[in-house]
Design a protein around this ligand. Structure first.
Ligand code: DX5
Ligand code: ZN
Length: 220
């Protein structure tokens, strides 16, 4: 099993102080930074693009995990790769030529991730698992921070854990949405090893305490 990763989502940070917020969660013990890109087309919200990634990149040494909730995807991959993404994750629901998109990400020297919405079955991974470094299972319907964890996804986490173990490769299994000290344990027990948290980290004042509470919840 991979070591646990906690990836605060800057979707819940103070956008007026983004560089400082990222530095603060790094200082507080975060492992990765999660960068949520929304386009008001694939999801009903609008966030930030490669220029913002480029601006924040010098503010942290942590890996930046870019979650693209956009359609079409391919035209943006180059921009995010050049702006300093370490991993680029794309939704199967947004990519008609998923294999091509994953090859494109790889060709830019970046790690690849594939994302499934809560209603998308694990079988959608069957033909792409050999191409990815990370699988992200959404535990909310994407678009907004602060939603409730969808418990029915836990069975899918278990299924995907088995699929990953069968490959023998250290593919990370990430969950995103409604992750709190109260919900993280169920996701971890089912086999997730990488945890995105927006409001659970940035919603309070003490980021270090929030990250410690998440780690404790994952280990419980
Ligand atoms: C949802 C985003 C998440 C979101 C998580 O569409 O992909 O990364 O920021 O926020 P919380 O942890 O508050 O559910
Ligand atoms: Zn996300």
């Amino acid at each position: 099993m991979n070591p646990i990763v906690i990836a605060p989502s800057i979707l819940s940070a103070d956008f007026a102080r983004l560089g400082a917020e990222i530095a603060a969660v790094e200082q507080a013990g975060a492992d990765w930074i999660h960068f949520d890109v929304m386009d008001n087309h694939f999801v009903p919200n609008l966030t930030f693009g490669p220029m913002v990634l480029k601006a924040v990149r010098p503010h942290t040494r942590l890996p930046i995990d870019v979650h693209l909730m956009v359609q079409p995807v391919d035209a943006l991959v180059e921009g995010f790769a050049a702006a300093g993404a370490d991993l680029i994750a794309v939704h199967v629901e947004a990519c008609p030529h998923l294999d091509r998109t994953l090859q494109l990400i790889r060709s830019k020297g970046k790690q690849t991730g594939v994302v499934l919405n809560p209603a998308t079955p694990a079988a959608a991974l069957d033909c792409v698992l050999s191409e990815v470094d990370l699988v992200l299972l959404m535990t909310v319907n994407p678009g907004f921070a602060g939603q409730s964890f969808i418990g029915s996804v836990v069975d899918k986490i278990r299924t995907v854990r088995r699929m990953i173990d069968m490959t023998g490769r250290p593919i990370r299994l990430e969950v995103d949405g409604g992750i709190t000290p109260a919900t993280i344990g169920a996701a971890a027990a089912a086999g997730a090893d990488t945890f995105v948290a927006g409001s659970a980290v940035f919603g309070g004042k003490d980021y270090a305490a929030a990250i410690t509470a998440l780690r404790a919840g994952a280990a419980a």
